[in-house]
Design a protein around this ligand. Structure first.
Ligand code: SF4
Length: 245
């Protein structure tokens, strides 16, 4: 089988250039097929060809963290052990956004380090990256007491920090983990089941919502859907490569 495939490819490559018109038609057909596939996957927008400049990005994130300081802008400051600002590559191609810190995150000052974090690490590895190659953060930076949902005024106080983080990184795509992150980023009240497996846009950056890893721990049968969402996100990030084929 393998040698047959090789000979077919060799014959194809030998034909390339002999008929520019036929080459152009083949290229157009290939591009049409690729765009049809992207449309089927729910793509409404193609990412830019250029990778964002990394110049000054670390400084920008540091500046945001510095502006945050020992924040007491909302009542959550009185319960926290550590602010969980976010971590990872300041020039990441993908940012993963969760809801807020849990007990372990609050203790260590790092996002997604509990049981859900371990599952998230596996998802990141399945995407082909190491944890330090992406950027991970949350909508709110301090743990709500007893892991309750953040209140609207708390989100209003903390949300601008996330928006500044995303603006500093300008990733090629965002994976919104759970209904809370998706609804905040997309300014909607739609349930995650309606938002997932689609490409949304915020300020030119594509957002793919999916289920939160903590939800997956309770509902492992939903992992297949998360994998579908991750594939959609990867098709966005790899769009440059595919378009050049
Ligand atoms: S949750 Fe955000 S706004 Fe509230 S105290 Fe923590 S860092 Fe400040």
């Amino acid at each position: 089988m393998r040698s047959t495939d090789h000979s077919e490819r060799t014959n194809d490559s030998e034909e390339v250039g002999k008929s520019p018109r036929r080459d152009l038609a083949a290229l157009a057909s290939s591009l049409r097929q690729h765009l049809s596939y992207q449309a089927m996957m729910g793509l409404e927008w193609l990412p830019p060809l250029s990778v964002p400049s990394t110049q000054d990005l670390p400084a920008n994130l540091e500046m945001i963290r510095s502006d945050m300081g020992e924040c007491s802008r909302c009542r959550l400051h009185s319960h926290r052990t550590h602010i969980v600002f976010g971590e990872g590559n300041p020039a990441a191609r993908v940012v993963l956004v969760g809801e807020g810190p849990g007990q372990e995150e609050d203790r260590l000052g790092r996002p997604f380090v509990g049981a859900a974090g371990k599952l998230l690490d596996k998802i990141i590895a399945a995407m082909g990256w190491r944890r330090n190659e992406v950027y991970i953060c949350n909508v709110i930076k301090c743990r709500p007491p007893r892991n309750r949902n953040p209140q609207p005024d708390e989100i209003e106080s903390c949300g601008p920090f996330l928006r500044r983080q995303l603006d500093a990184i300008r990733p090629q795509a965002i994976l919104a983990l759970g209904s809370f992150a998706a609804q905040f980023l997309l300014s909607t009240q739609q349930p995650i089941s309606k938002l997932r497996n689609r490409v949304h846009l915020i300020e030119g950056i594509p957002v793919v919502p999916t289920y939160h890893p903590a939800y997956l721990l309770r509902n492992p049968l939903q992992k297949r859907k998360v994998w579908e969402d991750v594939q959609l996100l990867l098709s966005l990030v790899r769009g440059e490569t595919k378009r050049s084929e």
